[in-house]
Design a protein. Structure first.
Lengths: 314, 314
């Protein structure tokens, strides 16, 4: 029994652009976020209040939020926050939701933020408490929930344990990421079965990478467990830093195309979503990898011939 | 309940290379077929005995079969055959299996072979009879079984009807193709449910294109109906002629990666499969799109760092 509706978070402006080598202007980011919302996306991960020298692509987080102004009714503008200083900046910028992030594997977390998982969780305690006191919902990301570029397959108990700790800290939801895109449906089941014994399914978000083509089969498996909130990136923006030249985030269009086919409501219009991502190809100077982004929607009845695909920039 | 084992046909040498603009030498084709077999592929669609002026990429079909010699035990070398003259050439070349092909939609068949579906079927009657008399198994392809670039969505009754007619002609199996890659699982179910009311599931093969990212979810749906024979193309070779720049055939590596994850036996070794497709990148001068081909297999436990991805040719 699949859910009737699914909540989508487009992480393209943050997770996508962070992994693109070419800087994008503040104006273009703002236009991108607005176009996503115009396409029906109700949650956008807009930027990240991490150290600008670490992630220069997102150094303009405050400017992006300032230019965006308040989110329209029913829309959430979220931002990543690594610590209390980041939270201060995020609160000053008027973010609508805060995301903290750690990993299910020690080596990944150490290399990513130079801290153990326990240290990260301790650092988040005041962040989560203050964000909630400010009335903001908090998401807790668990990277490498299924596999780690350094440690190999992640024991599911680790992903479950870190998820529960994030929720115990006060996170409203936990978002388990297949950071290197290795999961197949049995891996998803191996995490969700024990996790959902302790956690209401409404507090679980899944974030799949399509690096090995399994993102959509994993979404299906997640939905079979009742999960109804997924991350994706318009156009498939953002490569995989652990396998250069390979895909990273699941493309939002590909997810919407499948959900449309399954009759599952998302509120997102496919063609408008393609329009939102299209300017990024020119700005980044590369073809975006999303399959539906490239191929276009299905040809309608008697449409007169093959659809016009998106042409990559020269 | 999924099947315990799945039979894979690699259609790369025929369906893949036919849709690549760059010609590939007979020697390279032979090496490609041999490498696929070395990787564990037990059925290869080697070439096509169509008019050389129509498909110049495959004009050397007889030379490829001659150079290959007899197929190893347990391996099938198949070829496409459009008519009796093609069958004569195929029989002389020593093919191990013959495939005839028509479509579920009239406009597509008319544009593809300048004949109605009924005319195609009539033309196949002696082809199928003579092939079987020669002791060869016969596959019947149904293109546009789910959607047509000219007519839009295909009514499932048409796909079922053409499939049954091909089997009635004497085809051993029918292979339903999502030629333009538009199907989602409900479309697969809409064809399989009525088809399997008349046809044993062992006579059904599915051929999905990943043009809109749904090939693997459709394979899963097919397996849920008991289908255990699928086509794919090493490296994702062959684009989509109906959406230039977009993906066509499902990449064999992506299919094997999923089936490996599901614990479903294929007999195919993933790394050897990547090795088989890798030379084609140099020959075609373009990066192949298969995701697992690009990203590599999952990093093992304590592998010491991210995997080395396949780098596209410069």
């Amino acid at each position: 029994m699949l859910p009737r509706a699914v909540h989508l978070t487009d992480v393209g402006p943050r997770d996508g652009l962070q992994n693109e080598g070419v800087p994008v202007s503040t104006e273009a980011k703002v236009a991108f976020v607005r176009a996503l919302v115009a396409a029906g996306v109700r949650e956008v991960e807009v930027s990240s209040f991490v150290r600008p020298d670490r992630v220069p692509q997102l150094a303009d987080a405050a400017e992006v939020f300032a230019a965006l102004g308040p989110a329209p009714a029913g829309v959430v503008y979220a931002a990543l926050v690594p610590n209390e200083r980041g939270l201060d900046r995020a609160l000053a910028a008027g973010v609508g939701k805060v995301s903290v992030f750690t990993a299910a594997t020690e080596t990944f977390n150490r290399r990513n933020v130079n801290a153990s998982v326990a240290e990260s969780l301790a650092r988040f305690a005041p962040v989560v408490a203050r964000a909630r006191a400010a009335g903001l919902p908090v998401r807790g990301y668990v990277s490498t929930a299924f596999g780690c570029p350094y440690e190999g397959p992640t024991p599911s108990a680790q992903a479950v344990d870190v998820s529960r700790r994030l929720l115990d800290l006060g996170c409203d939801e936990v978002d388990l990421g297949d950071t290197i895109g290795v999961a197949t449906p049995p891996d998803v089941a191996a995490v969700l079965e024990p996790l959902l014994a302790h956690v209401p399914v409404g507090r679980v978000v899944l974030h799949f990478h399509d690096t090995r083509g399994t993102a959509l089969v994993n979404v299906l498996e997640g939905m079979r467990f009742g999960v109804a909130s997924f991350d994706a990136s318009a156009g498939g923006l953002g490569g995989c830093p652990y396998a250069p030249g390979a895909s990273g985030n699941l493309a939002t269009e590909d997810l919407v195309y499948l959900l449309d086919g399954l009759g599952i409501e998302t509120g997102v219009r496919l063609e408008a979503l393609r329009d939102a991502a299209r300017p990024l190809e020119g700005l980044l100077g590369r073809a975006l990898p999303g399959k539906v982004f490239r191929a276009g929607p299905a040809p309608g009845p008697h449409c007169g011939g093959p659809v016009t695909p998106s042409r990559p920039p020269r």
